[in-house]
Design a protein around this ligand. Structure first.
Ligand code: AHR
Length: 343
């Protein structure tokens, strides 16, 4: 009997703690699972879900553009943001949009790398009932109802402003009768910014018989390519009077190549330097006289996207196209903005 009692006690000691532990563990597991399921199922509960497809991170401008979107479409502001960086590839953007569609987001926001090639994927978004908002660049599509709104710059106006500034400058310097040789560093081929800036500048150049655009070469909006292409221009052409660089990053590369070749630029230099974007580091060079003029391109588009979405939520979006406000900076007026520039 004693022996049997001992056995029962031993069994109880073995069974009770393990079953107690199992019960506890099971309870924790169930609680964890419920919590996990809740957060997995509804991270976006009550929030507006927005899928954003960004071109890449090729320039200072682009970094500021991304920051503006990410700082605006926050949880505190009522958004659940799914952000995708396409690393300069249209195929990545198309893949991202298809992912957004399969996740059934509320809105798709797209900065299209080039203008063409969007009809199919934007039709898929429309069929899924997801509104598409375009930012920065435009698409060239058959059916304009494939996007609901667009926010960006008037790139053609930017190009014209570069031309108008050069006309005025040459007049002041009494150079209107001289032959003016111009080279152009262009950004990503097929992008709206390149198409618009080129068209705008060319339209002014055509009216000036003494302006000669020697060559326009794609330098992909990057400093490294700007440097390379400028080196090529310097090897190819002996007498360059003006460099038009379609963004500040390429300008930095071009300036480096010219400095290495012993060529000065800007206010009192050998070559007139025209740039686009007006990021802080370039505005410093405008102030120092190294860049003659910088045509602003405004990357702070997050607030516009927010306003568009809020209006759409209320069903009262009245316009489709929204243009950002932009200026032209020279050494004379750059002091007005330089300290407040955040990018
Ligand atoms: O589309 C806007 C252009 O894209 C900016 O000028 C350039 O810096 C950017 O990468």
């Amino acid at each position: 009997m004693k022996e049997q009692l001992k056995k029962w006690i031993a069994v109880l000691f073995l069974v009770i703690p393990t079953s107690f532990m199992t019960a506890c563990t099971n309870q924790f597991l169930v609680e964890d699972m419920v919590q996990e399921e809740e957060s997995e199922q509804n991270p976006e509960e009550g929030l507006i879900v927005v899928g954003v497809s960004q071109v890449g991170s090729e320039s200072i401008w682009r970094t500021a553009h991304t920051a503006s979107i990410q700082e605006t479409l926050t949880t505190e502001n009522g958004y659940y943001l799914i952000f995708d960086n396409a690393r300069q590839k249209q195929e990545n953007q198309i893949k991202a949009i298809r992912n957004f569609i399969s996740q059934d987001v509320d809105y798709i926001v797209l900065s299209p790398i080039t203008e063409t090639g969007w009809d199919t994927v934007l039709s898929e978004a429309k069929d899924a009932g997801i509104p598409v908002i375009l930012m920065d660049r435009m698409v060239d599509i058959e059916d304009d109802s494939l996007y609901t709104a667009w926010i960006g710059s008037d790139f053609e106006e930017e190009g014209k402003n570069a031309g108008y500034w050069l006309e005025e400058y040459l007049e002041k310097k009494e150079m209107t009768e001289e032959d003016i040789n111009i080279v152009v560093l262009q950004g990503t081929e097929g992008s709206t910014s390149v198409i618009g800036r080129t068209r705008g500048f060319e339209s002014v150049a055509k009216k000036n018989q003494n302006w000669h655009i020697l060559e326009q070469v794609d330098a992909d909006f990057t400093t490294a390519k700007g440097y390379e292409v400028m080196q090529y221009f310097l090897e190819e052409y002996e007498d360059i009077d003006v460099v038009v660089s379609q963004n500040d990053d390429m300008t930095f590369g071009a300036l480096e190549a010219m400095e290495e070749a012993g060529i000065s630029t800007g206010k009192d230099g050998d070559v007139i330097m025209i740039s686009f974007d007006a990021v802080k580091a370039a505005l410093e060079k405008v102030k120092d006289g190294e860049i003659n003029v910088d045509i602003e391109c405004n990357p702070l588009q997050g607030q516009y996207i927010d306003r568009i979405i809020r209006d759409m939520e209320k069903g009262k979006l009245e316009e489709k196209m929204f243009y950002t406000v932009e200026r032209v900076f020279t050494p004379e007026n750059v002091g007005l903005v330089i300290d407040d520039r955040t990018y």
